[in-house]
Write a protein that binds this ligand. Structure first.
Ligand code: PMP
Length: 409
């Protein structure tokens, strides 16, 4: 039993509405989470009182905006336990963060015959950038195979990562299967072979207490909008000694040291990687989201999301003809399934009529869909504002859907 959802829902204005004549049940936080009042207010307050461009201004608003922006960097650093604030680069989200590492770090270190190691469960954002690096450099893209339940084993990681491996890129939590990967152990294997580990933290940062020093990953990518923050802001964590050696990939204002007619020099990280006017209000919103999550406590959020996923697993597995993908245990707030041979889009459309929002499709994981031997799946994803009642509404709606298709089929 967990009371968190019932306690916290009040703070999320969007949840208090009817959709198609029913109270909204929002089960699509894996795609994007909803925002508490404190985050919405922080962005409003910033624009109403403090907005100006950052870093260059000598006037008061410029200083306030700079303090707000740089203060948000401190919050991200503390939230994932980075050693230095300079190790946090603001990006548009996880996708941009991974592309930054692929375009800057990976392209400079990979040569023909080198290897990049990923898994078949990766989101396209942590797959296509590595395909592109492999094509551009002649490196080989290799996959740690999946077990029948969709997990990876350390034995397979050991067998796939070699002395030719330069980069290992793995998601911490799968956005389809919900499984958590053994990141700390994979980091140790990668480092033993002289490779670097990038972690896709899009689905883990909202749900788990993340400690990049404990994990000993070299890069870590996250998205603000999945963790109660606004869209358009995310971050890349990179170990200082690596970021310092990396070249920028975007050039312009804010990131330069000195510009001459034919040559320019660049600032140290993080500014070197933040060309142009940054996402100031986004960072302020992300900082407020971090305050909000921290106050509740990530351990409590983790336990709640895991509990709801387990409850959903139990209730959904009793529905005739419903297949749940991924292991029973070791999953955060995600349950992915199909109902008989009804297309996942039809399932999602039918239950939307009852006010229940779930996602259907390939979830930006086409190779994983092929591995599961399906075109699409339906996915319910739970977060801190969901309740046991939401799970029960989902289970009842799916049961109705099954009955309905039974009656016409
Ligand atoms: N990786 C995973 C595991 C994800 O779930 C997502 C978002 N669905 C991303 C990467 C990409 O995140 P964004 O779209 O915020 O860049």
């Amino acid at each position: 039993m967990s009371n968190l959802g019932a306690e916290i829902r009040e703070q999320f204005p969007i949840l208090h509405q009817e959709v198609n004549g029913h109270p909204l049940v929002y089960l699509d936080s894996g795609a994007s989470s909803q925002k508490p009042r404190s985050v919405i207010e922080a962005i409003k307050r910033y624009y109403e009182n403090d907005h100006a461009n950052v870093h260059r201004g000598v006037h008061t608003l410029g200083s306030r905006a700079t303090d707000a922006y740089e203060g948000a960097r401190d919050k991200v650093a503390a939230f994932i336990n980075a050693k230095h604030r300079e190790e946090i680069i603001f990006t548009r989200g996880t996708t941009t963060a991974i592309n930054l590492v692929a375009s800057s770090y990976a392209r400079s270190v990979c040569r023909e015959g080198d290897e990049i190691v990923i898994t078949p469960m990766e989101h396209h954002s942590n797959l296509i950038p590595w395909q592109q690096v492999a094509k551009a450099t002649g490196a080989t893209l290799k996959y740690i195979p999946l077990q029948p339940d969709g997990t990876i084993t350390l034995d397979d990681a050991e067998n796939t990562i070699t002395d030719r491996t330069k980069i290992v890129a793995v998601t911490y939590v799968s956005n389809v299967l919900g499984v958590m990967n053994p990141i700390k152990e994979i980091a140790a294997i990668a480092h033993r072979h002289g490779a670097r580990l990038l972690v896709d933290g899009a689905q883990s940062t909202p749900h788990l207490k993340v400690d990049v020093q404990r994990l000993d990953c070299d890069f870590y990518a996250l998205s603000g909008h999945k963790m109660c923050g606004p869209t358009g802001i995310g971050a890349l964590y990179g170990k200082k000694e690596l970021l310092e050696k990396m070249d920028p990939i975007e050039f312009g204002g804010e990131m330069i040291d000195r510009v001459d007619l034919y040559e320019s020099t660049f600032k140290d990280p993080p500014e070197r990687f933040e060309g142009g006017t940054p996402i100031i209000a986004g960072a302020v919103g992300l900082g407020a989201a971090i305050d909000f999550l921290t106050e509740i406590g990530m351990d409590r959020i983790h336990a709640h999301d895991e509990y709801l996923a387990k409850l959903a697993y139990e209730q959904l597995s009793q529905i005739e003809g419903l297949t749940i993908y991924g292991p029973r245990d070791n999953r955060t707030g995600i349950v992915t399934f199909n109902l008989k041979d009804i297309h996942a889009h039809d399932v999602a459309t039918v239950i939307d009529q009852e006010g229940i929002a779930i996602r259907a499709g390939h979830h930006c994981c086409q190779p994983l869909m092929r591995w599961l031997n399906v075109n699409a799946t339906a996915r319910a994803s739970f977060y801190l504002y969901n309740t046991e009642d939401d799970v029960a509404r989902l289970a009842a709606a799916l049961k109705n859907t099954e009955d309905f298709f039974n009656s016409i089929g």
